[in-house]
Design a protein around this ligand. Structure first.
Ligand code: HEC
Length: 256
C-alpha cells in the first residue's frame, strides 16, 4: 500500500525567500559547529598536555587527574618547553607538597616570574601566576569539574544545542525521497546523543571509565548534523536544477 505523505512543502520546491532563510541559518550553524570543534581541540584537547582529543582528555577535564595537579600535568605536557628541567622539577615538588606558602615568595614566585608570567599574567583567560592564591589553585590536586561548573555548562548546552537542532531538524524534515521513519530516526539522533553527552560528563566526574560516552555523544550529533546539513543544502540548491517538480503528491512514502 502506498500512502501519500502530507507535507506542506518540501526542500526542492521552496521559494527563494524561505530557501535563503534556511540556507543562511544552516551556513551560520555550520560555521558554529566548526568553531565548537576548534574550541574542543583547544581546551579539552589539551587537557592531558598532548594535542588531539583522547579519552584521557575527557577524564582529566571531568574527573581530574587525582594523583597530580594541573600544574604538574602541564609542566610535563604543553608547558614543558617553557622552563628548564631543574625549574620544572622544583615547581612539581612544590605542588606535590601542597603548594606551601612559606616557599612561595623567595623560591617559587621567581621561577614563575622568570619563565611563565610573560603569558600567565598578560593573556586573558590564562591563570595568572603573580599571586599566590591563583597559583595554588592550579597546583592543588586536580579533582576535575565541580558540580557548580557542571550545572552551568550542562544547562547552557542542553538549551543551546536543542535550539540548534529544532531548526536543523525541521529543515531536514522537509527533505524528499526519505522513508519517513528513517527521517524520524535521523532527527531524533542529536537529541538522544545530547542527553548521553551531558549525562556522561556527570558520570565521568565520578567514574572515569565513562569518558568514552562523552566522545561517542559528541560524534553522534556531529554525524547527524552533517547528514541533515548536506541533505538539506543539496535538496534546496542542486536538486531543483534537474527540472523536475516536486509537488507533494509526487513523493510518496513507501510502506507495506
Ligand atoms: C608563551 C606563552 C606561555 C608561557 C611562557 C607559559 N604558558 Fe602556560 N599556557 C599558555 C597557553 C596559551 C595555555 C593554554 C593552552 C594549554 O593549556 O596548553 C597555557 C596553559 C597553562 C596551564 C593550564 C591552565 C588551565 O587553567 O588550564 C598551566 C598550569 C600552565 N600553562 C603553566 C605554565 C607554567 C608553569 C609556565 C612557566 C614554566 C607557563 N605555563 C608558561 C601560554 C604560556
Amino acid at each position: 500500500m502506498e500512502q501519500k505523505v502530507m507535507s506542506q512543502m518540501n526542500l526542492p520546491s521552496l521559494g527563494i525567500a524561505v530557501r535563503t532563510l534556511f540556507t543562511g541559518y544552516l551556513l551560520v550553524m555550520g560555521i558554529g559547529i566548526l568553531m565548537s570543534l576548534a574550541q574542543i581541540l583547544l581546551t579539552h584537547g589539551m587537557a592531558d598536555g598532548k594535542i588531539g582529543v583522547s579519552v584521557d582528555d575527557v577524564v582529566y577535564s571531568y574527573h581530574g587527574n587525582r594523583n597530580s595537579s594541573k600544574l604538574e600535568v602541564k609542566l610535563n605536557g604543553s608547558m614543558k618547553d617553557k622552563a628548564n628541567d631543574e625549574s620544572r622539577a622544583r615547581l612539581v615538588k612544590w605542588a606535590r607538597e601542597g603548594a606551601p606558602l612559606e616557599h612561595w615568595k623567595k623560591e617559587i614566585q621567581p621561577i614563575f616570574a622568570e619563565n611563565c608570567v610573560q603569558c600567565h599574567a598578560n593573556i586573558p583567560g590564562l591563570p595568572s601566576f603573580t599571586e599566590y592564591e591563583a597559583t595554588a589553585e592550579v597546583a592543588k590536586t586536580d579533582m576535575g569539574a565541580s558540580v557548580d561548573s557542571l550545572t552551568r555548562v550542562s544547562h547552557i548546552h542542553l538549551f543551546g544545542i536543542a535550539f540548534i537542532f529544532i531548526f536543523v531538524g525541521y529543515i531536514f524534515s522537509l527533505a524528499v525521497g526519505f522513508n519517513e521513519k528513517i527521517k524520524a530516526v535521523i532527527i531524533a539522533i542529536p537529541f538522544g546523543f545530547l542527553i548521553i553527552d551531558i549525562s556522561s560528563w556527570w558520570i565521568t566526574s565520578v567514574f572515569p571509565g565513562f569518558a568514552w560516552f562523552t566522545i561517542i555523544g559528541g560524534f553522534g550529533y556531529m554525524f547527524a548534523f552533517a547528514i541533515m546539513w548536506f541533505t538539506s543544502m543539496y535538496q534546496m540548491w542542486i536538486l531543483p536544477r534537474n527540472g523536475k517538480t516536486y509537488d507533494i503528491n509526487e513523493w510518496t512514502d513507501k510502506r507495506d
